[in-house]
Design a protein around this ligand. Structure first.
Ligand code: HEC
Ligand code: HEC
Length: 329
């Protein structure tokens, strides 16, 4: 970058930061500034023991159900026929689309949901238990090690503890109103049903795996999954859906993303698999704004925590000096 670029950057940065619009700033930056690693493909890795396991991890990540699903060739670990890649797009490399380049270097990590330190293998198994409502992979098995080796390879150019931009979902600003499942119904019919089905049932590739994942019902992510939180789902949807949307040119407005997330995640109309969430967030103060199951350490109802408006909850917490809304959750 030459001097002119630096000056230009500062001229743009100052007013953008003043407006608090980090998203506009990010979208303006040239792609070259984002290390979309790995540039290499697993195919280019040599034929050796480690590389073979990295390739196996990559394969498991993309075609999880074929190996670990209800008809999986390795064993029945998942409760549904979906894949890790359904939410961690491009095998965990899509910026703001569930990319996992910093994951290996981020663990062991304190997780509020557990009020404890967890390892990367714990975190992988948590995604197997919730979004896939399955049973944990054995820690001494080949599969969890291959998934971890794949993530280590994804993070090869990341330092331990570093969090790369793009590895956390980009959360749209809080709406002034509650997200509306009713409005979301229309967004869904217009922008989503053609792939995910009129009843969110998805579309099977063959009897063993989905091509388009179901968004509710018995084979979708279970309650207590991050995607079951309206704000997290809105963040994923806004910058990645309809499939093919780039985070730089989102199709949906913030309102549409929140509303369609509320429609998909509305338990009153869309049942999904249940798991035991009674031990989640033992420290009430750590419950995210959009975690919808009480008790809470604020006077807001489960419905308000589900759909918002989140702004008053945020303000209340701020008043009590317990702002946690914007810390990584
Ligand atoms: C239905 C969606 C969904 C599916 C399927 C899914 N995940 Fe996740 N996963 C998420 C979300 C959402 C997060 C949290 C992202 C955030 O909070 O920014 C996450 C987080 C993670 C993390 C933590 C990343 C970090 O940097 O801390 C790992 C590791 C992970 N998932 C691995 C997997 C693996 C392996 C599979 C397949 C066995 C899988 N996930 C399947 C939605 C999903
Ligand atoms: C062109 C087809 C298409 C359209 C249209 C589309 N999706 Fe998707 N969606 C996909 C595919 C494919 C995946 C899985 C990505 C993968 O496996 O690479 C996905 C994944 C998802 C996921 C995460 C996976 C999961 O199990 O929950 C959500 C949530 C989602 N879509 C919501 C939506 C919403 C909301 C809309 C409308 C705004 C939408 N999609 C429109 C094809 C589509």
């Amino acid at each position: 970058m030459d001097v002119m670029h630096v000056i230009l950057l500062l001229l743009l940065l100052v007013p953008m930061c003043a407006r608090g619009d980090a998203r506009a700033f990010l979208a303006w930056l040239p792609d070259a500034l984002f290390p979309i690693s790995p540039k290499r493909s697993v195919e280019d890795l040599p034929q050796d023991r480690v590389s073979n396991e990295i390739r196996y991890g990559f394969e498991l990540f993309r075609n999880t159900a074929l190996y670990l699903g209800p008809q999986g060739s390795v064993g029945q670990y998942l409760g549904n026929r979906t894949n890790c890649q359904n939410c961690h797009l491009d095998a965990g490399t899509r910026l703001f689309g569930g990319s996992l380049r910093s994951a290996h270097g981020s663990y062991p990590q304190y997780r509020d949901r557990n009020a404890n330190f967890i390892t990367l293998s714990d975190r992988i198994n948590q995604c197997i238990e919730r979004p896939h409502h399955g049973r944990p992979l054995p820690l001494d098995g080949r599969e969890i090690k291959a998934l971890m080796l794949y993530m280590r390879w994804l993070g090869e150019s990341t330092t331990v503890g570093e969090r790369l931009i793009g590895d956390d979902l980009l959360e749209p600003p809080l709406l002034a109103r509650a997200a509306s499942p009713e409005k979301g119904r229309h967004v869904f019919a217009t922008h989503c049903a053609r792939c995910h089905g009129d009843n969110g049932e998805g579309k099977l590739l063959d009897h063993r795996a989905y091509l388009y994942p179901p968004l509710w019902g018995p084979e979708s992510f279970s309650i207590g999954s991050s995607m079951h939180r309206v704000r997290k789902a809105a963040a994923f949807i806004k910058y990645n859906m309809p499939f093919g949307t780039s985070w730089k040119k989102p199709l949906l407005t913030d309102e549409e993303a929140y509303d369609v997330a509320a429609f998909i995640d509305d338990d009153r109309i869309h049942p999904r698999p249940l798991v035991d969430i009674s031990h989640d967030y033992p420290d009430l103060i750590d419950k995210p704004l959009d975690y919808a199951y009480g008790p809470f350490n604020d006077p807001f109802s489960e419905e308000e925590h589900k759909f918002g408006p989140f702004e008053p909850i945020h303000r209340f917490r701020k008043g009590k000096g317990t702002v946690i809304a914007f810390k990584k959750q």
